[in-house]
Design a protein around this ligand. Structure first.
Ligand code: SF4
Ligand code: SF4
Length: 368
């Protein structure tokens, strides 16, 4: 493990200058349309200083005060998913040449080196799941191209939202040693305790020549990690692994379907969801076409369409597919549940459906 060093807030531009010198485009969460979303940033002064989020089921609001911190908030609607798995992208194009023949061309993204600042421990856990999915078996070239040259500057959470439950999934609020960050920050009122988790991170820190963090700063960082752990209100049921797989006919599926709008917001904001569909987008003149890959959702009707038949016609079936795949079936496929406890699906569900509460209702008395 690298040494912990300290970067004061007033010197934080030095980190941005070092990233710039190393050829990275820095991106950090910025307030946009009332939420924090990753955007390019050149100056430390543009970090989201003094921003706070208030989240509860069906509710997300940002507010600003004179807090000296840049990361006194939990998370925005995006994790790393859109950075690597684009919401919509062409896989190939076809056009007619002068002789009227069709010419096909594969599309390959050519992203520049990016440093993402403000990545949360739950985001790192979700990224590991996506790495296993997109790179583990048949390698997805589009994901791989974006994954290369990505530098992750993670921040341990000191202000979990009311909707967070990463303690219960084991993914936060502090990042694990082997979770893949390049740099890891604990923010205090006057600066950042930093350590490196990779060679690229070590190199950046060496270039900054910072003083070692003091025992007092290390104790403060540990103390706020402990507080963030204690502050979480939600958790998944302890008996979930044994009880949930037996609940395929539980009456709760119909009850949740009475509220669920099948809008797919939960799957769009979920950092681990990776379902997609593909379609053609022909140009209006008929001379060319693009073959697009787009995010899809267990809640869309087309997602379960199979040869003239909808496998999951009702909202209850679609919600069951989503929750059961994540919480009951993923361990067999991926060696862990498909939820990292970020709480986004709870905050961004327009009717405030809470996956942790649903899991408790389904598992109550449930070891059949
Ligand atoms: S659970 Fe909520 S966010 Fe998900 S599809 Fe239903 S209404 Fe939409
Ligand atoms: S299911 Fe909900 S809480 Fe779990 S990772 Fe997805 S968005 Fe986050």
């Amino acid at each position: 493990m690298s040494q912990h060093v300290f970067l004061s807030h007033r010197d934080s531009q030095r980190l941005f200058d070092a990233l710039d010198r190393a050829g990275y485009q820095a991106q950090a969460p910025q307030p946009k349309d009332g939420a924090l979303v990753f955007s390019p940033i050149r100056q430390a002064s543009d970090l989201p200083w003094g921003q706070h989020d208030t989240q509860r089921p069906g509710h997300y609001r940002l507010s600003q005060d004179d807090s000296p911190r840049a990361f006194a908030w939990a998370n925005g609607p995006q994790a790393l998913k859109p950075q690597l798995f684009a919401p919509s992208e062409p896989l190939w194009q076809v056009a007619r040449d002068a002789d009227g023949k069709l010419r096909f061309q594969a599309c390959a993204p050519k992203p520049q080196k990016r440093a993402l600042i403000g990545v949360r421990p739950c985001d790192l856990a979700a990224l590991a799941i996506h790495d296993a999915h997109f790179l583990g078996g048949e390698r997805d070239g589009h994901y791989a191209a974006r994954r290369e040259g990505l530098l992750l500057v993670a921040v341990n959470c000191s202000h979990p939202a009311q909707t967070c439950f990463c303690v219960s999934t084991g993914d936060g609020p502090a990042a694990k040693e082997d979770s893949g960050y390049d740099l890891l920050l604990d923010e205090l009122d006057d600066g950042f305790v930093i350590r490196a988790g990779s060679g690229a991170g070590e190199q950046l820190l060496a270039g900054l020549a910072l003083e070692a963090a003091t025992p007092g700063q290390l104790a403060s960082a540990k103390g706020q990690q402990h507080q963030a752990t204690q502050g979480q209100l939600r958790h998944l049921p302890d008996n979930m692994a044994s009880a949930l797989p037996n609940q395929m006919t539980h009456p709760q599926w119909d009850k949740v379907a009475e509220r669920c709008l099948a809008c797919g917001n939960c799957t769009a904001v979920c950092p681990t969801c990776f379902c997609h569909s593909e379609r053609e987008q022909p140009a209006l003149d008929g001379a060319s076409s693009e073959h697009l890959r787009e995010w899809d959702s267990c809640f869309s009707s087309g997602h379960s369409y199979l040869h003239g038949h909808l496998v999951r016609e009702s909202g209850a079936q679609r919600y069951r597919q989503w929750l059961m795949h994540k919480l009951a079936w993923w361990p067999e496929q991926f060696g862990r549940i498909g939820c990292v406890g970020c709480g986004r699906c709870i905050s961004w569900c327009p009717v405030g459906i809470d996956i942790s509460a649903e899991a408790h209702l389904l598992c109550q008395g449930g070891e059949a």
